[in-house]
Design a protein around this ligand. Structure first.
Ligand code: SF4
Length: 372
């Protein structure tokens, strides 16, 4: 298939749905005890709701919306640290679209901008480097955010900054890594996940092999999936076939984009600049061991936190919000009392409502007004 319409072809969709209905009958899942598939990536969550896929599936299949949206798991204390840096008179703070609206305890970067801080929206990390070259009397801070998907472009920007000897450029490193988070979810006893739809974009960088432990140690199937309706439905067929055939494998539905071995050049640039080190806090999920990502010693001079030394703080999530429960499948967004009232995309309480990939934003856009 070459064109996007082919991945949304109604005949194909109908054919895959009848395969799903046939295969689910060969498993032990029921409407009362459905197959719970966690779609790790927020891109999948939005595709599922945009195309109404969850309504087309039999009641024996239920989606759990996972933590693979980096903006959704941004802790409040980290936003507060960014705001502290952004408010310094010598700083221009550069960030991507969604992150500017994520609330911390001190408000958001957008609010800081309205109050006079120099916060700029950028479209690429290299934009921040250009701003640094154009403003030698200022200190430019790039908000480095995201999983292995975005780490290569930030790493290349840092390599360029080093090669060009640009000394007024810094990165606030809020990168995170997915595998420890999946481990942490699997080790939590009350979280019921039967299988995973593996993230497509992230896997393009890391490949499919890092998910092997999910099958080997936890006996759950993983299918790395694309984002179009036929991709997601075909991935569900692949998951069901594994259950029906009593198999447990990592499979790659998104082979047209994801090589099993990942992208060696992207991995090399990540390893040149970053070190996976220490525990990290995830909004709604708490501290996750070994999920931290830092700049390594070679790039320490570009580390915004080492340079500006903002207060390190942990801010507890509001007990009224159920962001963590949504991220772990313990509840659906409509079951949060704040949904659509105090928490809307315009006045978000939690980050899941801010991000274009957040589960609450997806429900708000496509399912608002339905009973919980
Ligand atoms: S509705 Fe808002 S507060 Fe509730 S879970 Fe979603 S993002 Fe969090």
């Amino acid at each position: 298939m070459q064109f996007i319409d082919e991945f949304r072809n109604p005949t194909q969709v109908k054919s895959l749905l009848s395969q799903i209905h046939a295969w689910v009958k060969k498993t032990s899942f029921t409407a009362e005890k459905p197959l719970q598939i966690m779609e790790v990536c927020g891109g999948h969550t939005h595709a599922i709701f945009k195309f109404g896929l969850e309504r087309l599936l039999p009641p024996e299949i239920e989606f759990i919306h996972g933590p693979g949206c980096p903006v959704c798991v941004l802790p409040m204390g980290r936003i507060d640290a960014c705001i502290e840096i952004a408010k310094r008179p010598e700083v221009i703070f550069c960030t991507f679209g969604d992150a500017i609206r994520v609330p911390g305890r001190q408000g958001s970067l957008l609010k800081a901008r309205q109050e006079g801080a120099a916060v700029r929206l950028i479209y690429s990390p290299m934009d921040a480097l250009t701003i640094a070259e154009q403003n030698p009397d200022k200190k430019i801070v790039l908000f480095g955010l995201g999983f292995e998907t975005t780490m290569p472009s930030v790493a290349i920007t840092l390599q360029q900054a080093k090669q060009r000897n640009i000394t007024n450029f810094f990165v606030f490193c809020q990168h995170i890594t997915i595998i420890p988070t999946l481990k942490s979810l699997l080790m939590t006893p009350d979280i019921q996940i039967d299988a995973f739809l593996g993230p497509g974009h992230l896997s393009m960088v890391i490949g499919t092999h890092p998910y092997s432990f999910i099958c080997e140690q936890y006996h759950k199937p993983v299918v790395v999936s694309g984002f179009e309706p036929t991709d997601i439905l075909q991935s569900i067929v692949m998951v069901l076939k594994q259950f029906a055939n009593k198999q447990c494998l990592v499979e790659n539905q998104y082979r047209r984009v994801v090589p099993d071995e990942g992208n060696p050049r992207a991995l090399a640039v990540i390893n040149d600049v970053f070190i996976m080190q220490g525990d990290d806090e995830w909004r709604g999920l708490g501290i996750i061991p070994d999920s931290g990502v830092r700049l390594n010693e070679t790039y320490a001079a570009f580390d915004a936190e080492k340079h500006f030394q903002p207060k390190q703080q942990r801010v507890a999530d509001d007990p009224q919000s159920r962001c963590g429960d949504v991220l772990t499948g313990r509840c659906k967004p409509l079951e949060c009392h704040l949904f659509g009232k105090q928490c809307t995309p315009e006045s978000a309480y939690g980050a899941l409502m801010v991000s274009s990939e957040g589960a609450c934003a997806a429900y708000y856009q496509y399912r608002q007004g339905e009973p919980a």
